[in-house]
Design a protein around this ligand. Structure first.
Ligand code: 5GP
Ligand code: ZN
Length: 112
């Protein structure tokens, strides 16, 4: 499949890894929007939040556990933000489920 994050998950496209196990990969975003900007993805291709199901939602739960661990390791004790842009209105540009872990600065609300 011609999916950039599947290629990153398989190692075909290199990335700066923050965490990896058999199910999940976390890697630094190419275009960071905060001092810490990591993307967390399931290695299995899931297109977006719209395709999360009873069968695959354990991957989302696992990603949130990894995000909490990374945030603690990276010293984000003052807080952080996890974002999953979904579909066109959500501003999703890569059609492989991913969670942005953003931290190291104060975040604004609402987002643009
Ligand atoms: P989205 O806009 O879909 O929520 O987020 C996609 C993110 O992937 C963007 O923040 C973009 O900078 C990042 N990105 C796109 N291609 C690559 C890549 O090849 N490597 C890395 N590390 N990040 C990428
Ligand atoms: Zn994919």
């Amino acid at each position: 499949m011609d999916c950039v994050f599947c290629k990153i998950a398989s190692g075909e496209i290199p990335s700066r890894k923050a965490y990896e196990d058999s199910k999940v990969l976390a890697f630094y975003d190419l275009d960071p929007q905060a001092p810490v900007h990591i993307l967390l993805i399931p290695k299995e291709h899931i297109s977006s939040c719209k395709e999360v199901t009873e069968e695959n939602s354990y991957l989302v739960a696992h990603i949130f556990q990894v995000a909490a661990k990374l945030a603690a390791e990276l010293g984000l004790e003052n807080g952080f933000r996890i974002v999953a842009n979904t579909g066109e209105d959500g501003g999703q540009t890569v059609p492989h489920l991913h969670f942005h872990l953003l931290g190291g600065r104060s975040m604004k609300w609402p987002p643009g």
